[in-house]
Design a binder for this molecule. Structure first.
Ligand SMILES: NC(=O)c1ccc[n+]([C@@H]2O[C@H](COP(=O)([O-])OP(=O)(O)OC[C@H]3O[C@@H](n4cnc5c(N)ncnc54)[C@H](O)[C@@H]3O)[C@@H](O)[C@H]2O)c1
Length: 225
């Protein structure tokens, strides 16, 4: 994987559900590759991923790879194409804002690098953490970010308290950040041309609770005549 400020390949706008399925296909294909499979059919990918085969074919066509009649997709080239397409093979650098509980967890996460994201600096305002290093990344005061004139880094991870989210987002954008991975529960307002990706564990938790509770809920009573 290349490091530095390589620009990821310009990609066309792909529907979000397809983009969300692709890393699952990738993980699946890597397992198949590990098991020694050379080819895998769209029917098999569909069955094991709980997706319609036509959907699989359409999703994978975005990578530019098509399956062969009868044998399906060649596993290794498809893995490479998916990784390329998803931008996982070129390393992007990111700054992290807010090295608290969640920020620390992200700084310790080795998985991000495998997906093409390297946190190169973290910024906070809390004196006890400034000057320390977490997961090999040093924590500086946000003033240091403001002092930097040139930022090759275009991605900022936002893990500050909700009350500071908008103000920190403004500061990030004013100083060159183009994409914000927002973990705060605040729907931050940004000017046009700035990418925001909101991520919440709790939103998924709410869905899980709802699904679980609806399983356990008594069946609705039949209408009496
Ligand atoms: N998306 C999720 O799934 C998820 C999960 C947990 C927490 N969160 C959210 O993530 C955020 C952080 O949560 P936490 O538990 O790590 O909180 P925390 O209080 O442990 O950490 C927040 C950090 O931000 C720093 N900070 C405050 N103001 C700042 C500023 N202006 N500039 C830079 N740093 C600043 C604080 O000093 C602290 O170190 C919160 O908004 C929380 O709601 C989201």
């Amino acid at each position: 994987m290349e490091a530095g400020n390589n620009i990821k390949k310009k990609s066309t706008l792909v529907p979000e559900p397809a983009l969300r399925r692709m890393p699952c296909y990738l993980a699946y294909l890597k397992l198949e590759h590990h098991k020694g499979s050379q080819y895998v059919s769209s029917t098999l990918i569909a069955r094991d991923n709980g997706v319609d085969p036509t959907q699989v074919t359409k999703d994978l066509s975005y990578t530019g790879i098509t399956g062969k009649t009868r044998v399906g997709y060649e596993v290794e080239p498809l893995i490479n194409a998916l990784e390329d397409f998803l931008g996982f093979r070129v390393m992007d650098e990111a700054y992290l804002f807010g090295a608290g509980s969640l920020g620390t967890a992200l700084l310790h996460d080795h998985g991000l690098v495998q997906y093409g994201l390297k946190i190169v600096s973290a910024f906070d305002v809390n004196p006890p953490v400034i000057g320390h290093s977490i997961g090999g990344v040093s924590i500086a005061h946000v003033d240091e970010f403001l002092k930097k004139q040139e930022h090759g880094t275009r991605i900022g991870i936002l893990t500050v308290p909700a009350a500071n989210a908008q103000e920190v987002a403004h500061m990030m954008i004013a100083n060159g950040i183009k994409a914000i991975w927002n973990f705060t529960p605040v729907r931050i307002a940004v000017p046009e041309g700035i990418v925001v990706q909101n991520t919440s564990l709790y939103a998924h938790l709410a869905v899980m609770f709802n699904r679980l509770n609806s399983l356990e809920a008594p069946a609705p009573a039949e209408d009496a005549d």
